[in-house]
Ligand binder design. Structure first.
Ligand code: SF4
Length: 416
């Protein structure tokens, strides 16, 4: 069969799409790059916010108009199947934990409807690799944040086998991969359900021969806190980017309580202080939600103050979006005008901070891995995962670079 795959959303969802492609290629199917040439269409959906869900619904309609067999994967397949069926009653559902059944679904064209699923070690599946590979190391998490639909889509923490993940990484590196991205809803919790740990997993991958870098995906502050020393030790390994993504979400303890995040601002600040003390030049990325239900002007100011104090290098801003089946969905919303105003204000703060942080890198030297081309620029990643735009260099190679300028989103440099 000729299969067309389109994937949206986070690295974990992109990783699932790469696994689906790996399975299909192994089973002798062909993955094509246009809907016209395909027999079957697969959409890896993301529904993290309302706007993205609307975009997925539009995509479903476009897929439906082709009159071809459509398989809907990703978080919408498991969290909002009824919405998929509303738009495309004949679409087959392939939830994130049933990825191993993608070929069965295709071979049962017109027969079997949706993929049932139980535990399956995703890490034992084939994966399509490339210069970068997203490897899902677990699905689900240990928490239950009141605004989060991912919990409904991905469930409780299930870590995949260390052997399988190391095998996937080795296969990718042997086939030219230079950037291994370990991804999940909470990488710090890896192995807390299976007796393994992120430390032993990364140690294992670092022992693989070759020049490559490892990017560790998002962590929940409480999981990091539980295994602080061993997880921070990971970032001393030369192959690991000194990059930590730790969502704060709000600077107000009352709002953090309503979000059910499980930590206070002071606890969060303590964690950041410790990781910055221990890992010099670490890039700290965070997420904040503005206009969470009942957020007062003062509480919003608390978040602004927290961001100004913490000075993260990357600040992902989300305007609160009510998600079905979540408790926050029942809470009284902040009006759109205020929400937009808070989002605009937070973006201003973020731009100022990230520009200032990046300008501190001017004059410094880094070892950059060139990972892509953007227009006339070669784009590298420094050892602390900052993007550096260069005029010279080749993809896949490491270069000693000197930083000559900076913007709020990236550095500019020269190859030495
Ligand atoms: S930690 Fe919270 S936000 Fe993250 S996936 Fe779990 S419930 Fe959702």
């Amino acid at each position: 069969m000729k299969v067309y795959i389109e994937a949206y959303g986070c690295a974990a969802n992109q990783g699932d799409a790469s696994i689906a492609e790996g399975i299909l290629l192994e089973k002798g199917h062909e993955v094509v790059d246009s809907m016209e040439n395909a027999d079957v269409l697969i959409l890896f959906t993301c529904i993290v916010i309302e706007k993205t869900e609307q975009r997925m619904i539009h995509k479903l309609r476009v897929f439906g108009e082709t009159k071809k067999k459509v398989i809907v994967a990703g978080c919408m397949a498991s969290a909002l199947p009824e919405k998929v069926k509303e738009v495309l009653p004949d679409a087959a559902l392939l939830p994130p934990r049933a990825i191993h059944r993608v070929s069965n679904l295709i071979e049962a064209l017109g027969g079997e409807g949706d993929a049932e699923f139980g535990y399956y070690d995703k890490a034992m599946l084939p994966i399509r690799t490339g210069l970068k590979v997203n490897i899902p190391i677990s699905d689900g998490c240990l928490y239950n944040c009141s605004y989060c639909i991912t919990k409904r889509a991905r469930g409780n923490l299930t870590s995949y086998s260390e052997n399988g993940i190391a095998r996937m990484a080795e296969h990718a590196i042997k086939n030219g991969c230079r950037e291994v991205r370990l991804t999940s809803q909470d990488t710090a919790a890896y192995g807390m359900d299976s007796g393994s740990s992120l430390f032993s997993l990364v140690e294992r991958i670092c022992s693989i021969e070759g020049d490559f870098r490892i990017r560790i995906g998002m962590m929940h502050p409480l999981s990091l806190q539980k295994r602080m020393d061993e997880i921070l030790d990971i970032f001393f390994k030369e192959k690991v980017y000194k990059f930590i993504h730790l969502p704060l979400q709000s600077g107000s303890d009352d709002i953090l309580k309503k979000m059910r995040r499980g930590y206070t601002l002071d606890e969060f600040k303590e964690i950041v202080k410790e990781l910055r003390n221990k890992i010099s030049d670490v890039t700290f990325a965070t997420d904040v939600i503005v206009a969470f239900p009942s957020e007062s002007e003062e509480q919003f100011e608390e978040t602004c103050n927290a961001v100004n104090e913490l000075k993260p290098d990357v600040i992902n801003i989300t305007r609160f979006s009510p998600r079905p089946y979540t408790d926050a969905n029942k809470m009284k919303r902040i009006d759109t005008k205020t929400a937009k105003e808070r989002s605009r204000k937070m973006s201003e703060i973020a731009s100022r901070i990230t520009l200032k942080n990046n300008r501190k890198c001017i004059g410094k030297n880094y070892n950059a891995l060139i990972i892509e081309k953007q227009g006339e620029w070669m784009v590298g990643k420094t050892e602390n995962y900052k993007s550096v735009f260069l005029k010279d260099g080749n993809i896949k190679n490491f270069y000693r670079v000197k930083i000559t300028d900076a913007t709020e989103t990236h550095l500019v440099g020269t190859v030495e």
